[in-house]
Ligand binder design. Structure first.
Ligand code: NAP
Ligand code: 8YV
Length: 317
């Protein structure tokens, strides 16, 4: 029997890629020098697409694949995929929930502690010999007693809440569309009010149209000069130019960012700042977690082509 044609938009883990290579005819779009030419050539045969948190098929690509049956995302956030275009054709989308939750929450806590303890400057203090020449490093901030507001109190948001409470911080509330059951925290419908009431705002909501730019100048000013921002959600959630201005003018204390508006391009003005800690969209990037994510891609495709229920389908929008 003919192997199904699968379009791969993003490199995956070697072991799982080898499994896919054995079962399907893979077309590595991310490697193609002329992507449009590859899509025009293989699109009519493509039955599955492997996407990621960063790169997904838009409407034009979905239309270029008239036989498309499934989009399997190597990541939990599916905002890069035009899910409406998929739903119109009844094309299921799968993602990789749960397996990455703890790593992403770790990243949020790491960025926060690095900010509060000025970890990058402290590291440079040692490496550049300033410790020996100039003496003790400056004092930093203690997390205990600070309150945290979480934007998107889902799987990752709740794992962040557990971590910040474990180090003696309080969860001052969360922002989201609905009340989360089983949590003692206050829900704020108004993000400005949440930012005003907390010391740290941590973003762990989905990207996409509904959250585009919700962290704007008004939210940053409500957070204030003693307030910190951590973003492990999506760059699109923050008005990045407004954030850069707020950081430059010290209208907020600092920001820890794993995600950016136009990855992998990060504005030079942001890179010049000493009150930021930057990470290259690496929150789920441990060998262990990425292997589990990649295996979910393999298993969802296997289930689909065997006519079995998908393991982790994303509800249609
Ligand atoms: P999840 O369990 O679905 O949680 C998402 C949370 O966001 C829910 O509590 C949801 O609550 C809330 N939310 C949804 N729409 C919202 C809106 N318009 N405004 C405010 N809150 C909203 O998902 P998860 O597994 O925790 O993942 C969350 C996100 O983290 C992903 O979508 C992805 O963008 C990001 N992520 C980033 C990385 C990274 O590498 N940096 C890795 C993994 C995930 P309501 O439905 O009540 O609003
Ligand atoms: C990326 C992510 O998908 O899960 C998500 O939503 O953003 C990340 O885990 C990961 O970088 C793989 O491309």
């Amino acid at each position: 029997m003919e192997k199904p044609d699968v379009l791969v938009l993003w490199p995956n883990r070697p072991k799982q890629m080898a499994i896919l290579e054995e079962r399907y005819r893979l077309h590595h779009l991310y490697k193609a020098p002329d992507k449009a030419a590859m899509l025009a050539e293989v699109g009519p045969r493509v039955r599955a697409i492997v996407a990621s948190g960063e790169v997904g098929p838009d409407r034009a690509m979905i239309e270029a694949c008239p036989k498309l049956e499934i989009v399997a995302c190597y990541g939990v956030g599916v905002d890069a995929i035009d899910r409406v275009a998929c739903a119109e054709r009844g094309i299921p989308v799968t993602n990789t929930p749960d397996v990455l939750t703890e790593d992403v929450a770790d990243m949020a806590l790491m960025l926060l502690l690095m900010l509060l303890r000025d970890a990058l400057a402290a590291d440079a203090w040692v490496r550049t010999g300033r410790w020996a020449r100039e003496g003790v490093f400056r004092m930093t901030r203690c997390p205990r007693g600070l309150s945290v507001g979480i934007v998107g109190l889902g799987r990752i948001g709740k794992a962040i809440a557990r971590r910040v409470e474990a180090i003696g911080m309080t969860v001052g509330g969360y922002h989201g569309r609905s009340v989360q059951s089983g949590v003692p925290y206050r829900r704020y419908a108004d993000l400005v009010a949440l930012a005003r009431d907390v010391d740290v705002l941590i973003l762990s909501c989905p990207g996409g149209a509904a959250t585009r730019g919700i962290v704007n100048a008004a939210v940053l000013d409500a957070l204030g000069p003693e307030g910190w921002l951590v973003n492990v959600a999506r760059g699109s959630v923050v008005d990045e130019p407004a954030l850069i201005e707020a950081l430059e003018q010290r209208r907020i204390a600092g920001a820890g960012l794993d995600v950016f508006a136009d990855e992998p391009r990060v504005p030079e003005r942001l890179c010049r700042l000493d009150n930021v800690v930057l990470s290259p969209h690496a929150a789920s990037g441990t060998f262990e977690t990425r292997d589990k994510m990649a295996q979910l891609v393999v298993d969802n495709l296997e289930a689909h082509f065997a006519g079995r229920p998908l393991l982790t389908p994303v509800p249609p929008p």
